[in-house]
Design a protein around this ligand. Structure first.
Ligand code: BGC
Ligand code: NOJ
Length: 814
């Protein structure tokens, strides 16, 4: 069953039924001001940091689900009936409800008793504000008197404190109202130099700033007293819960349409110029007023919207494909690329599952996110890499997370996740392959942000590499530390105390437990590093990295091989994890996926054997599960992985992040059909038809789909903010379609299904548009290339040096 449809030409998903299985959200903003918005206008906004600069309030895990939002009520002033055109909060039975989620905007509309209303929400480029453009049309044959009530509930900035510290917060709320603009200025009197505002293009019939006056005692948002009465109280909030509400009265002739523009924004003043007049307690509004005036103009709003559309048009235009598979096209051309930008902007902070108050930016996560967005935002990728590297520790280790506002490593979680450093090599390598900007390697970057400790970025990569070599266990495999990619495989934790963090509790010395996954990661990263070194003519160094890589490959094949597949790890007792010998957790996806992706065992059949075993034991119709058999009880020596009931999350759930490792592995074996089949099993668009089972958005990847051991097999959770976005994008574009960045140029080496007659693609790479035509002449994956009609050797097309800005690449597959 579907709850809407894809409108690909407009790059929108159109939801036609408001009661989706879960709130289906979208993101507003792509620079500094952000919001999440659901299909019924739920969600909230923040400036830069979802915890510390939360602008509006949201109630996570509430009933009904998805509460707090950008709500507008319409009231028929003749009949006194009122409703929400976005369905929530009144949940009136609407006609023609639709929500169009597009690239950085959402439009929600419906009709009720002859009154059509639609609101377009978006954040203009380069501004710290959002626009709500409300259009109301009277389709009746008689004039209509309609009041609109637009409303926002302010958050008192620190979202964590806002949800817990009531003894203080019920006293601090402050607002100002001037020229019809509602200013939220809680804590502005003391240490804040920022405030929020909510403005309206039409003259207010009335306004309200105190929540209780708006709702009435013991009422909720579905039946606000003030809306019922058709009149707001014009009161000024002192303490309690400040809101911004505007009432506008419209008299609409039959067929008449009117538009109202609302602007919700964030503004900072220089500390010395906070007040006007100086010495008063009144906000200095000199610099904000022109901004407000500008965007309340509907023509400006339209122009800004067109600019936003243009922004996404050019970003997505960098990589466009046309294949025989509609899901591949739609995900690559639109939604997966979009999700990659969202995960870059948000990291793991704000979604329906990430509360915006938790995690900072993950070192491992952010480096992997680069794989998905580097071609769309290379300058920001460069900045992100340098920020990440500056949180690296002198040992080569890394803080597992850093805080986006301070860009400092997070002491609460610390380091010791032994895969982290290798991801920096992979992130930097993806940047170099895209841009060819080797100057980044010479950028001086501090360790742990310590002034004076700066070393070229290249040095950071070497320390990453050595970090692993300096931490090998009894078999010569890398020690796992607190965890590797699988945050829940906590082999040194041994926690028996409820509530203790699995990620930060360490009760063992950590000198025994080893990770075969990190071994595969190291082999791969070592080769990337060697390629970078030889590109800089550091041939002796390159040889060393290759030698170390080869040594680790050998150890992996010797001590990380279980006969049919790769082991996962050795535990603190030196026992095997992910082996036939284990009662549960006999085979894992991570080591088998990453080792084959890294090319380990390609020559001697081990890679083929490992992936065949993955296909046999782990693959399901909804995707590939993490391991089998699932852990049926808590094992103190395993940690969080065994804390989840079977089939969920890391305990045999379908982790969509790691499925692409197997897809890539299959392409390395030349299996285009199977690689694309695995791709399709978890592809959100391909799962649209089973939305009632999948439940999450059909246009965004979710972190997890419940595995076969779970009663809810096939149900997705934790959509949007996951490494799944980047890895699936990378797997389909670079390995299945085979349009792959390398240090020397763009490689074209597709491994696509046999029944594809071919496909076309347009890829802008290092300033040159590659127009690619792939034609299948035989069933295999051998590639013959011609560039502008001239045959070339090999599969890499270097950017032309003769000034051409477009090249035609013809690729024959046989
Ligand atoms: C989750 C992991 C996540 C970790 C982050 C765990 O509870 O299962 O997926 O990476 O928390 O701290
Ligand atoms: C989510 C985390 O963000 C990611 O870093 C980790 O690799 C996976 N969970 C698996 O545990």
């Amino acid at each position: 069953m579907k709850f809407g449809y894809f409108d690909d030409p407009n790059r929108e998903y159109v939801i036609t039924q408001p009661d989706t299985p879960l709130p289906w959200i979208n993101y507003l903003g792509c620079q500094a001001y952000f919001g999440i918005i659901s299909n019924t206008a739920g969600g909230y906004s923040f400036y830069r940091d979802a915890r510390l600069r939360r602008i509006s309030r949201y109630r996570y895990n509430n009933t009904p689900m998805d509460f707090g939002g950008r709500y507008i009520y319409l009231r028929d002033d003749d009949s006194t009936e009122f409703w929400s055109p976005s369905w929530q909060p009144t949940r009136t039975d609407l006609e023609n409800y639709s929500c169009r989620h597009g690239m950085g905007y959402t439009t929600i509309g419906s009709q009720y008793k002859g009154i059509e209303a639609s609101t377009r929400y978006f954040v203009p480029m380069d501004e710290n504000l959002e626009i709500w453009q409300l259009t109301v049309t009277n389709h009746r044959s008689t004039p209509a008197k309609i009041s609109s009530f637009a409303n926002i509930e302010f958050c008192l900035w620190d979202a964590q404190d806002d949800a817990t510290n009531f003894q203080r917060n019920f006293n601090t709320g402050q607002v100002e109202v001037e020229d019809g603009v509602i200013y939220h200025k809680t804590e502005y009197r003391e240490r804040r130099n920022h405030f929020a505002y909510f403005a309206c293009s039409e003259k207010d019939a009335s306004f309200e700033t105190q929540r209780e006056n708006f709702l009435g005692k013991y009422r909720s948002w579905d039946k606000p007293l003030a809306v019922e009465n058709g009149q707001l109280g014009n009161s000024i909030a002192h303490g309690w819960s400040p809101i911004g509400a505007h009432q506008v009265k419209l008299e609409l002739a039959p067929g008449e349409t009117r538009q109202i523009v609302f602007v919700l924004g964030y503004h900072e003043n220089p500390v010395a110029e906070k007040f006007d007049p100086p010495g008063s307690q009144t906000i200095n509004k000199k610099t904000v007023k022109p901004v407000i005036a500008k965007y309340l103009d509907a023509r400006q709003a339209d122009a800004s919207f067109a600019q936003l559309r243009q922004h996404w048009e050019s970003l997505l235009g960098i990589m466009q494909v046309n294949t025989p598979d509609i899901h591949t096209n739609r995900m690559v051309n639109i939604w997966n690329a979009y999700q990659c930008m969202v995960t870059f902007n948000m990291s793991r902070s704000a979604s329906f599952y990430e509360s915006g108050i938790g995690r900072g930016l993950g070192f491992r996560d952010s480096n992997q996110d680069l794989l998905g967005f580097v071609h769309m935002a290379p300058a920001r990728a460069r900045e992100r890499i340098l920020d990440l590297a500056a949180t690296q520790l002198p040992t080569g280790g890394a803080y597992h997370q850093y805080q986006p506002l301070t860009k400092r490593g997070n002491n609460d979680i610390g380091g010791g996740f032994n895969d982290d450093p290798q991801w920096l090599i992979i992130g930097v390598s993806s940047y170099l392959k895209e841009t060819g900007d080797f100057s980044i390697l010479d950028e001086p970057v501090a360790y742990d942000n310590e002034p004076g400790s700066e070393k070229p970025l290249y040095d950071h990569l070497l320390r990453s590499f050595n970090y692993t070599l300096e931490r090998l266990g009894p078999h010569g495999l890398p020690l796992i530390g607190r965890a590797d990619w699988n945050d829940c495989l906590n082999l040194n934790c041994f926690s028996d105390t409820p509530g203790q963090s699995f990620q930060t509790t360490t009760n063992k010395e950590g000198k025994v437990a080893e990770s075969v996954f990190i071994a595969g990661l190291f082999v791969y990263a070592g080769r990337e590093l060697a390629a970078i070194a030889s590109h800089r003519n550091l041939n002796a160094e390159a040889a060393t990295y290759l030698a170390e890589s080869a040594k680790m490959e050998k150890v992996t094949l010797e001590h990380g091989w279980d006969g049919e597949w790769f082991l996962r790890a050795y535990n603190d007792f030196g026992g095997k994890i992910g082996s036939k010998e284990c009662a549960e957790g006999k085979i894992f996806i991570e080591s088998n996926g990453f080792c084959t992706l890294a090319g380990i065992g390609l020559d001697d059949g081990k890679a083929a054997s490992a992936l065949a075993a993955v296909g046999e034991h782990l693959a399901t119709k909804h995707g590939i599960v993490v391991q089998q058999p699932a852990y049926t009880r808590y094992y103190i020596e395993m940690g969080e992985i065994s804390s989840y009931p079977p089939g969920y999350k890391e305990n045999a759930g379908i982790f969509c992040h790691v499925n692409p490792w197997v897809m890539i592995g299959e392409t390395r074996l030349g299996h285009g059909d199977l690689a694309h089949d695995y791709y399709s099993r978890i592809c959100p668009s391909a799962r649209e038809e089973i939305s009632e089972l999948h439940r999450c958005e059909p246009y965004a990847y979710a972190q997890m789909i419940a595995g076969k051991d779970a009663p809810t097999f096939g149900e997705a959770k934790n959509s949007w903010l996951t490494g799944t976005a980047a890895w699936n994008y990378y797997a389909i574009v670079q390995w299945i379609l085979g349009i792959r960045t390398t240090l020397g140029g763009l490689e074209i080496a597709p491994v696509v299904p046999k029944n594809w007659p071919g496909f076309t693609a347009s890829r802008t790479y290092r300033g040159v548009v590659y127009k690619i035509v792939v034609e299948r002449k035989g069933e295999g994956n051998s590639v013959a290339l011609a560039v502008d009609g001239v045959k070339i050797d090999g599969s890499v097309v270097p950017p032309p040096t003769d000034g051409r800005t477009e090249v035609a690449v013809h690729c024959t597959l046989s």
